[in-house]
Design a protein around this ligand. Structure first.
Ligand SMILES: [Fe+2]
Ligand SMILES: [Fe+2]
Length: 332
């Protein structure tokens, strides 16, 4: 029996979990699912009491700097929690129960990431409206800014799956969500964060623990997003060009944003850049780091060209790709 169509509003033709062989526990999505269950963590159990004390040691400028970075993570986690949902239906439309199961955990983890960042803000007492911090990050621009990734680019890529669950739309979604937002932007953010926290000595132990636990989850998210593109590329070589064009577009988007940031030559902007340089996270270093991260994603996907479907499904290497993208250094 083939069980191919389980979209809402259609009839179910059978049950995937009771066909001969049942669930494929050796397939990458099931391995990620089992790992995630084994590594469960609860945001309410992280102790932020020292973080609250340390927050009180910072002056207003420093507090704004730290909150400005944390707010980018928080709004990013909110957006990815909401936007992952159409991918579950796209997997259902292909009859891929193992992927659907993994994505339920994926969505649950993104929701926990929202919870844990919000708990941190509450613990340090930053309960006022924080939109102004986002406006500062956007540098007064309404386009080619940080926010538009989450207000427009990501929801458009994910929303397309609702009406079009085919390979091209899936690849677009995987490139924007997993390769770009998780595999490049978030990693660059965590790199900046940990570099700054190192400079601040032993400050914010709760935040360090939070980054470690989230990184463990993100590594698996990225591994799945890469795997899903790899299976499409292995099945149809034309899909490599689709993935490459989407990756190129993300690279261009990053470049435009970086150049706009550098084009502001006001004394305030230069002073901000110098402060970041002094902390080891200046715009030049950040640019180099993010380009390197995104470039690694090309290789992780292109290597699937000409591979057999079964070698991709049971690819042990792909879990390492999540590591190679940088999360491994943050995990333990
Ligand atoms: Fe997340
Ligand atoms: Fe994620």
């Amino acid at each position: 029996m083939t069980i191919s169509e389980t979209r809402p509003g259609t009839q179910r033709s059978g049950f995937h979990s009771i066909v001969e062989g049942g669930l494929d526990f050796g397939a990458l999505p099931m391995r990620l699912f089992v790992q995630g269950n084994q590594k469960f963590w609860d945001p309410s159990q992280i102790d932020f009491s020292q973080d609250a004390e340390h927050w009180g040691l910072l002056d207003a400028d420093q507090q704004e700097g730290v909150a400005g970075l944390a707010v980018q993570f928080l709004i990013g986690e909110e957006a990815v929690t909401e936007d992952i949902q159409p991918f579950m239906q796209a997997m259902a439309a292909e009859g891929r129960l193992e992927d659907e199961m993994y994505l339920t955990q994926f969505a649950f983890e993104e929701a926990k990431h929202v919870e844990v960042f919000r708990r941190w803000f509450d613990a340090v007492g930053a309960k006022h409206d924080l939109h102004y911090l986002l406006d500062q990050v956007d540098g007064g621009r309404t386009e080619d800014n940080f926010s538009s990734i989450f207000t427009r680019i990501l929801p458009e890529a994910m929303g397309r799956l609702v009406d079009d669950p085919g390979p091209r739309a899936q690849i677009r979604a995987n490139v924007v969500y997993n390769q770009f937002v998780e595999g490049t932007l978030a990693l660059t953010g965590y790199w900046a964060w940990t570099t700054i926290l190192d400079q601040l000595g032993g400050l914010f132990p709760g935040m360090r623990e939070l980054v470690r636990l989230i990184s463990r989850d993100e590594r698996r998210h990225l591994a799945w997003g890469t795997y899903n593109i790899r299976r499409h590329v292995a099945a149809d070589d034309a899909m490599w060009e689709v993935a490459k064009a989407d990756l190129d577009e993300m690279m261009e988007l990053m470049r435009v944003r970086h150049e706009l940031e550098m084009a502001d030559t006001s004394p305030e902007a230069e002073a901000d850049r110098q402060r970041a340089r002094d902390l080891g996270v200046g715009p030049e270093a950040a640019w180099e780091y993010q380009v390197d991260r995104l470039q690694r994603r090309y290789g992780a996907i292109e290597s699937a060209r000409g591979a057999s479907a079964s070698s991709i499904e049971h690819d042990l290497e792909e879990e390492d790709e999540g590591d190679a993208a940088g999360y491994a250094s943050l995990v333990d």
